[in-house]
Design a protein around this ligand. Structure first.
Ligand SMILES: Nc1ncnc2c1ncn2[C@@H]1O[C@H](COP(=O)(O)OP(=O)(O)OP(=O)(O)O)[C@@H](O)[C@H]1O
Length: 592
């Protein structure tokens, strides 16, 4: 046990020093400091790990108000009063004792016993001392007995001050009391340590921050997680709690899904924000596959953001609609082929919406199974699942056609029954209507989720946009691979524009990546493109709009018509692509 004794005057320090030489098991440090200086020393002692402070009179009282550790007062004992009255009993001067209630009561008892004539005055506040002394002076008093302040003031107005000193007995008593307090106090601190130990074993990170964003407390798990979790996010959550009260949200740390619960705490008359962050793992304790969280980077919706621009009319129309839909709160269903840019579009809709300052939760329905879905939606469908941690945000469900029927039912139930749920953006690659007709996809779910619909045209139907995308990817891969490609030759671009792109923008990006890696000159040439494209021949049955029923002649005609459409009914380009001459093309189209 470490005790710091703060003696308001030198003599007391001497007595304390003499007493502590006889005490064992207590480390005592003795310093001298009266009133404010005493308080300063006490605060310093508390910071340095003192268990208990011992002091006297007004200094002890002031210290009590400023520190959280116990303060034991060295009392003015009956012995001390006895000593001082014995000292003055023979003097003829008018005597008064001025002090706080506890001293005055004992003083009166002892002065009566000793038959010493002393007037006693109780004061409640320090400010009352001087007026009382001035009054006593007027009344002819000459000797004033009291505490340090009283004596100092008395001497300042020319009275004789006699300090009520504390003797050895009072000091011993104070130390005995300190030992008792420590005995009571120790079990309390041990008790306090128990919850701390429990919190340190939790696999939930707990972080408490004050309004100035200082970390007030964090448990062990929070310390390990703290490095990964972006501090900027934490500050944002804390500000949000102070402004709007409790909320739940999602975040990602090194590919792990984090469930965040934020709420207010009141402690010692102050408000604090408490963050609880738990890592979400699947049943096998692995990182959750198929679930991704994109934390917000923007506080305000990016209405004026430069969306991906397009020259193609179909694409222009899609972008205009998407921009308008982003302002609504309705569910949006994006139709489009593999790799056409559906996820990118969903992200842009979220960023342009009023929800842009909240996370975007991306769920890949192909990679999540029924167990994942019961965790996503919650067991009771009452908003206790992962999705409900993001009610203010957006959830993007990709490849919804891969969702099992049982999970479709659960999702439908959730959307219909839970009043407050996130905005949903859905995408499908395949012909969902076919699945609905065949009873593989719930019609009601389709209706509920497709309030607003967007068609993302395949890349082969927006050839005008290929040049822009190519330049974008040149820039990207120059940056990634330290290349210095300055552009693409016209012939090379034409080859790209004539390719069928069964995996759409995704495939174009992949091709560009390979081309840029092997390209030698500053401009990508036709040969370089062709060398890479050989590997990217369209799969045989990439487009189900070409019927494989009927005779070979019917199928051939369907292909010719399809290419003719794609080439905007340009005979030369169509013939060129099909490797036939213009008159053959003309004849075959005419034969129809
Ligand atoms: N307009 C665009 N500008 C730049 N990059 C694009 C554009 N559209 C798509 N991309 C890029 O092409 C790739 C495929 O896009 P995205 O993942 O959005 O397609 P998707 O339709 O969602 O794919 P999937 O069918 O696999 O779900 C991504 O890397 C994306 O960044």
């Amino acid at each position: 046990m470490k005790v710091v004794a703060i003696a308001p005057y030198y003599g007391l320090k001497e007595i304390i020093q003499a007493v502590i030489n006889e005490i064992e098991d207590i480390v005592v440090e003795v310093v001298i400091g009266d009133l404010e200086e005493g308080v300063r020393l006490a605060k310093e002692a508390e910071l340095n790990g003192a268990d208990i402070i011992i002091s006297r009179g007004g200094t002890a009282e002031l210290i009590q108000k400023e520190v959280k550790i116990p303060v034991v007062e060295i009392e003015v004992s009956a012995y001390d009063l006895l000593r001082i009255f014995t000292l003055i009993r023979d003097s003829t001067e008018k005597k008064a004792i001025v002090g706080f209630k506890n001293v005055i009561e004992s003083a009166l008892t002892i002065s009566n016993l000793l038959e010493v004539e002393v007037s006693a005055y109780t004061i409640e506040y320090e400010e009352d001392v001087m007026p009382k002394l001035l009054q006593l002076q007027k009344e002819g008093y000459q000797i004033i007995i009291g505490d340090t302040i009283t004596v100092r003031n008395a001497e300042a107005i020319g009275l004789n001050g006699l300090l009520l000193t504390s003797g050895r007995e009072s000091v011993i008593k104070a130390f005995e009391e300190a030992v008792k307090i420590k005995q009571v106090y120790t079990p309390i601190t041990t008790k306090e340590l128990i919850p701390k130990t429990i919190l340190d074993q939790h696999d939930t990170a707990i972080i408490v921050m004050d309004k100035k964003l200082h970390i007030f407390y964090k448990n062990k798990f929070a310390e390990s997680l703290y490095k990964d979790v972006v501090r900027r996010d934490m500050d944002k959550w804390v500000q949000e709690v102070f402004e709007n009260g409790e909320f739940r949200t999602l975040a990602e740390s090194e590919g792990n899904l984090l469930l965040v619960s934020a709420y207010l705490l009141y402690f010692d008359k102050e408000e604090y924000a408490c963050l609880e962050l738990s890592l979400h793992e699947n049943r096998e304790g692995n990182k959750q596959k198929g679930i991704q969280v994109i934390s917000p980077l923007h506080e305000v919706p990016l209405h004026s953001m430069n969306w991906f621009s397009a020259k193609n009319n179909l694409m222009k129309d899609t972008i205009t609609k998407a921009k308008a839909f982003s302002l609504q709160n309705e569910n949006v269903w994006i139709f489009g082929e593999l790799g056409a840019g559906k996820e990118r579009l969903a992200y842009l809709i979220h960023l342009s919406s009023e929800r842009s300052s909240t996370p975007l939760l991306i769920i890949d329905c192909e990679l999540t199974d029924s167990d994942d879905w019961s965790e996503l939606l919650g067991s009771e469908r009452n908003g206790d699942g992962i999705i409900s941690n993001n009610t203010e945000g957006t959830v993007y469900l990709k490849k919804i056609e891969k969702l099992a029927l049982a999970d479709q039912k659960a999702l439908l139930e959730y959307v219909q029954q839970v009043a407050s749920h996130p905005r949903l953006i859905i995408s499908s690659r395949e012909k969902i209507k076919q699945q609905v007709d065949q009873g593989e996809f719930l019609y009601d779910l389709y209706l509920t989720l497709s309030t607003l619909k967007l068609m993302l045209p395949p890349l082969r139907e927006r050839k005008e946009d290929i040049e822009r995308l190519v330049k974008l990817f040149i820039n990207k891969f120059n940056y990634d691979y330290g290349k210095e490609i300055a552009g693409i030759r016209v012939g090379a671009l034409e080859v790209l524009q004539n390719h069928v792109w069964s995996r759409n923008v995704d495939e174009l990006m992949q091709v560009m990546k390979e081309v840029i890696l092997i390209a030698e000159g500053p401009f990508i040439n036709k040969k370089e493109i062709e060398n890479v494209l050989v590997k990217y021949q369209a799969p045989f049955n990439f487009d189900s709009t070409i019927p494989l029923k009927g005779t070979l002649k019917d199928i051939e005609l369907a292909i010719i018509k399809r290419v003719f459409e794609e080439e905007n009914k340009n005979h030369s380009r169509t013939a060129n692509r099909l490797g036939i001459n213009r008159s053959t093309l003309w004849r075959k189209l005419k034969d129809e």
